[in-house]
Design a protein. Structure first.
Length: 324
């Protein structure tokens, strides 16, 4: 804890990196010190603004984050970036290339970039992303940016751990029906059409279409008095539109101050607890001796079509509970 809050910026960044490595560790002997660390940082966290970002591959998430991070640092902020890379379903490895793509931001002493592997987690974020976010806040970063693996029905966890969720879209990325699809758009607090410099006319059409979709489908918060998601366009590559973007973020933050943000974070904390319970139950199931004893045979029977999948699932659950 002391190393996170005192010393030179470089020493604090090293301490922060080590703390996140501890939180991400899957070793049983690291769980107790990790829990102790979380218990220490929990009361001291919460002052930073948490901004989640998602979008399809190629939408320019890394370019946008670097441009936004440099923009914020110029205005006196300290920025932490938690970037999640997809893990290979074959080798289990990850490239972790986000830090390389954010070359200018990564060398700033006022920035901290941590790429982490998704390791197969649904929701587009790594298992310890929420915990890492708290440690970054205690480390003195007042804006925490969380970048997801990609976008889709499962890429929603970031919306449940941040104060604001921004969805990045591309010009000419689809027709009107594509633009009004529900799902992840329902979670967005703001929609940004990036790469507007490539085709300004297409970007303008996309902005108009998305704005109409937000209104027609009633997207936004259940609170009728709450703001509807704003739709903006910008060019992260050239830095055009960042002033307007951050002004829109400020408007959203002004509305969310007080009981709105407190209530949202309380709900997120409960969701976080149940996520960890679900993950723990899954690990305990796979580690159970009776399950491990029967698993290979049951999987073979299901693959050969000898046993229905639902029946096999019940047999495995019965093996864990000891109830036949």
């Amino acid at each position: 804890m002391q190393a996170l809050q005192q010393g030179s910026p470089e020493a604090r960044r090293r301490a922060l990196a080590k703390a996140i490595t501890l939180l991400e560790s899957s070793k049983a002997e690291h769980r107790e010190p990790a829990d102790a660390l979380l218990a220490a940082v929990q009361p001291l966290s919460g002052a930073a603004f948490r901004l989640g970002l998602s979008g399809v591959p190629g939408v320019g998430k890394s370019t946008f984050i670097e441009a936004l991070g440099l923009f914020l640092i110029e205005r006196g902020h300290r920025v932490a970036v938690l970037a999640v890379d997809p893990s290979s379903s074959v080798s289990g490895g990850s490239i972790l290339g986000d830090k390389t793509r954010m070359e200018r931001l990564s060398v700033s002493p006022q920035a901290f970039i941590r790429p982490s592997p998704a390791r197969g987690n649904l929701g587009g974020v790594a298992e310890a992303t929420r915990e890492a976010m708290l440690v970054c806040e205690v480390g003195g970063y007042d804006v925490v940016l969380v970048e997801t693996v990609g976008v889709g029905q499962s890429e929603s966890a970031v919306a449940n751990m941040t104060d604001m969720f921004v969805l990045l879209q591309l010009p000419n990325a689809g027709d009107d029906l594509q633009a009004i699809k529900r799902g992840v758009m329902e979670l967005a607090d703001m929609i940004v059409v990036n790469k507007a410099d490539l085709d300004p006319d297409a970007a303008m059409r996309a902005q108009a279409t998305l704005t109409s979709s937000v209104r027609l489908l009633g997207l936004g918060h259940a609170d009728e008095a709450g703001p509807k998601p704003e739709v903006l366009q910008l060019s992260a590559l050239h830095g055009d539109g960042l002033e307007d973007f951050w002004a829109a973020v400020a408007r959203y933050r002004a509305h969310q101050q007080g009981h709105h943000i407190e209530r949202k974070r309380r709900h997120q904390a409960l969701a976080w607890m149940w996520d960890r319970v679900d993950a723990g139950l899954r690990r305990a199931f796979h580690a159970h001796p009776a399950v491990r004893h029967e698993l290979a045979a049951i999987e073979a029977q299901v693959a050969q079509g000898l046993v229905p999948a639902s029946t096999a699932a019940r047999r495995l659950l019965a093996a864990q509970t000891g109830k036949r």
